[in-house]
Design a protein around this ligand. Structure first.
Ligand code: PMP
Length: 415
């Protein structure tokens, strides 16, 4: 198995780079992952061999591009267990997908007295659109509390989700603590009260097997670039009857059925949500990423990342002066570990690690309410992907120890 993982590492050209004269240790995967050669090749092949606009031409290249684009819609549907490819809308990414639901669905259905349930652990992308919808409709945001370890308190969710709740919006894997949210259970509660559930899958897709039918998610959003594909492409899944209720929030070419001087009619979903020329090479790269992940196996990837994450948790927790946030060791979580080093600002820590070739994230991670809940303004965050290995973890731990030494004595060069 180790051989497979090390082979897979060789598929990612950027991982062979040096940064600050050190071999790169890339641990910022929750921000964006690196890309395997097959993904890069999918875009290159398109531009070298069949670049044309989709749907619009009877000529061969256009037909070939359209067929390839639509094939990815089917692959994406299978990848997340959708009933049909008609439930897959290509978007720019998770943020775009969530805004589509907020302004195309919730805005038209919510009113004063209605409630939108979120958690304090949401990424701003799954919070700010709901704040805006609440302001515009008179609905209220209700925060489902977290337990002491940062996991969603399901018992309190059961109490707070009631007949006033019209929408529940939660990440499946949170982006600071990596907590795995029991979406299936929350969906059941939401549905008992006639509410819909929209799931932010940005940190889940590509890390855990996702089955939207098993979760009974009404909407599910994810980004290609966090699961090996290019930036600027993502998916909004919606149950077909909900997509039929969704109002497009972009209008223009290709999404119309017919246009008169004063009126227009629109295509059926999903095409009515894909106005204008789409990110064709991005979609093709998403197809290549899905195929890459499936060739290894979603369960295998989840298992491998879980092992490494627990190992990293153990190692960081064992370092004096390091505070690790989130559920205790042994609790399954996404491959994300946030921590702080006593007396060192996370930005300084990240800079010290960068000098050693190690890329992590520092800051509020677009989750300011969660940081307030943790009682700090910033954390350092290491996040893993399938190509990380034990040496990466050892490099990070050594890097943190070096930084600790450096900041304690203010002497010497970090290397
Ligand atoms: N939700 C979560 C949980 C995320 O981690 C991110 C990306 N940091 C987003 C939403 C937004 O994704 P994107 O920037 O690709 O739209």
């Amino acid at each position: 198995m180790d051989r497979t993982w090390n082979n897979c590492r060789n598929d990612f050209p950027l991982l062979q780079e040096k940064v600050n004269d050190e071999p790169l240790v890339y641990l910022d995967n929750a921000a964006t992952t690196q890309k395997p050669r097959s993904v890069i090749q999918a875009s290159t092949d398109f531009y070298e061999h069949f670049n044309a606009n989709i749907y619009r031409g009877v000529h061969t290249l256009s037909q070939r591009a359209t067929a390839a684009y639509e094939a990815v819609r089917r692959e994406a549907a299978e990848f997340i267990g959708a009933k049909s490819s008609a439930e897959i809308v290509f978007t720019k990414g998770t943020t775009d997908s969530l805004n589509m639901v907020a302004f195309g669905w919730a805005l038209h259905r919510l009113g004063p007295g209605d409630e939108i349930a979120v958690s304090p652990a949401e990424h701003h992308s799954n919070l700010v659109p709901w704040q805006q919808v609440a302001k515009l409709t008179g609905a209220h945001l209700v925060y489902l509390p977290l337990a002491d370890d940062g996991q969603l308190d399901l018992g309190l969710a059961r109490v707070l989700i009631d007949d006033r709740t019209k929408l529940v919006a939660l990440a499946q894997v949170t982006n600071v603590l990596g907590t795995i949210v029991p979406i299936k259970e929350v969906a059941k509660i939401a549905h008992q009260h006639g509410a819909k559930i929209v799931v932010d899958g940005a940190q889940a897709a590509g890390h855990l097997p996702v089955d939207v039918q098993d979760l009974d998610a009404d909407f599910y959003a994810f980004s290609g670039h966090k699961m090996l594909a290019q930036t600027g492409v993502g998916v909004l899944y919606g149950k077909y009857d909900l997509l039929e209720q969704l109002t497009p929030f972009e209008f223009g070419g290709e999404m119309i059925d017919s246009v008169g001087l004063d009126e227009a009619t629109f295509k059926e979903p999903p095409l009515k949500f894909e106005a204008g020329t789409q990110n064709i090479s991005g979609v093709l790269s998403l197809g290549a990423a899905i195929n890459y992940l499936l060739a290894i196996g979603q369960e295998e990837i989840a298992r491998r990342e879980q092992e490494l994450t627990q190992d990293l948790l153990k190692q960081l927790t064992g370092l004096s002066g390091v505070t690790v946030y989130g559920p205790k060791i042994g609790t399954p979580r996404g491959p994300i570990v946030s921590f702080n080093l006593d007396g060192v600002h996370p930005h300084d820590l990240a800079t010290a690690l960068d000098l050693q070739g190690i890329a992590i994230r520092a800051g509020h991670h677009c989750a300011q309410p969660l940081l307030a809940w943790l009682g700090c303004s910033a954390t350092a965050r290491a996040s893993l992907a399938l190509y990380n290995n034990e040496e990466d973890l050892a490099a990070l731990v050594k890097g943190v120890e070096n930084a600790k030494e450096f900041f304690a004595h203010g002497l010497g060069k970090i290397e």
